[in-house]
Design a protein around this ligand. Structure first.
Ligand SMILES: NC(=O)c1ccc[n+]([C@@H]2O[C@H](COP(=O)([O-])OP(=O)(O)OC[C@H]3O[C@@H](n4cnc5c(N)ncnc54)[C@H](OP(=O)(O)O)[C@@H]3O)[C@@H](O)[C@H]2O)c1
Length: 303
């Protein structure tokens, strides 16, 4: 369903910086009533001053999406400031890099707590308000990593695949309530996402500065909201990766495995050298033993 930003009351989680902040600024600029949520109140206040001095309507609420009380506070804030909500943007997200085998269970749980449970439970508490909203929509910010699992980002990829599955199942459920569900999958984006990661152990770091700007992602997201798109995958590389993963999954597997083997070629070479050494160090069979073995092979099988 089509909608106009100018008529909408919109809540954006993770709006203190990066994509969420750009989205809050752009939505306010287009005349939406914006409620910006995040944990950092100093950054939210700065955003509010900036948006208001540009003539926009932007309210703030300090909230951690992993806290039930904070999620309820966001609902209360939407009611108090705007008398309801039309668009919920689940944008708050965190990441980590490093191989799964070298991480503890906390990394996986922390990422899922924000990227998945934070998103699903924020959605849950807002459903009653959204059902009464004007041309309502839920926007889940996923990632290209929700289309193709990325090595050394297994927990993050899994959390975004979970968001994709949840969104796919929820979309038809919400159709009866007239609520759109839009999934946005950005590719690499120029934000502090890497800097804000809970852990960075990957050998290969991605250069986020090569990606789209957060303003470009914000504009593309607003376009998707206004058109009522089902899903958008952003950036040329992102689209290509999603296509290859869907239609040529074995090629994508092989390319990823080759890349990992290349990065760890010294470790692999050292392991192979160790194995060869162990083999050559094994006691050699005597000539009688070898002879006995070959006699065994020649002996007719019984029956
Ligand atoms: N940057 C990329 O390359 C990229 C690519 C694809 C998808 N994405 C996705 O885009 C979204 C935004 O990422 P970004 O690049 O803008 O990252 P960012 O610059 O690190 O911003 C993340 C935002 O999430 C908020 N946040 C983190 N934990 C939170 C929590 N527990 N409760 C509430 N807010 C929380 C942060 O605010 P506070 O710290 O103040 O709470 C911040 O405003 C994420 O879902 C990410 O997975 C990013």
């Amino acid at each position: 369903m089509r909608r106009k930003m100018a008529d909408s009351r919109i809540l954006i989680t993770g709006a203190s910086q990066g994509i969420g902040r750009a989205l809050a600024e752009e939505a306010a600029h287009r005349g939406a009533k914006v409620l910006a949520a995040a944990r950092s109140s100093a950054m939210l206040k700065e955003l509010q001053e900036q948006a208001r001095s540009a003539g926009g309507t932007l309210e703030i609420v300090q909230a951690d999406v992993t806290s039930r009380d904070d999620r309820l506070r966001m609902v209360q804030a939407a009611q108090d400031h705007f008398g309801g909500l039309d668009i919920l943007v689940n944008n708050a997200g965190i990441g980590a890099t490093g191989h799964f085998a070298e991480a503890g269970p906390d990394r996986l749980r922390t990422i899922f707590e924000v990227n998945f449970f934070g998103l699903t439970e924020t959605t849950r508490v807002f459903l009653p308000l959204l059902k009464q909203g004007n041309r309502p929509a839920i926007v889940n910010i996923s990632s290209v990593a929700g289309k193709r699992g990325i090595p050394a980002r297994s927990e993050y990829s899994a959390s975004k695949f979970a968001v994709e599955g949840f969104s796919e199942a929820l979309r038809p459920e919400l159709a009866k309530d007239g609520i759109d569900l839009i999934v946005v999958c950005p590719g690499l984006t120029q934000t502090n996402f890497s800097k804000n990661m809970i852990e960075q152990k990957a050998v290969l770091q991605f250069d986020h500065l090569r990606g789209m700007t957060s303003e470009q992602v914000a504009v593309a997201t607003i376009k998707a909201i206004e058109r009522g798109s089902r899903q958008v995958v952003l950036s040329f590389q992102g689209k290509l990766l999603a296509l290859v993963s869907r239609f040529l999954p074995r090629v994508a597997d092989r390319v990823a495995a080759r890349k990992v083997r290349n990065l760890f070629k010294d470790e692999i070479a050292a392991r192979e050298a160790r194995r060869a050494e162990q083999k050559s160090g094994e006691p050699k069979a005597t000539s009688e033993e070898r002879g006995a073995k070959s006699e065994d092979r020649k002996a007719p099988t019984p029956g």
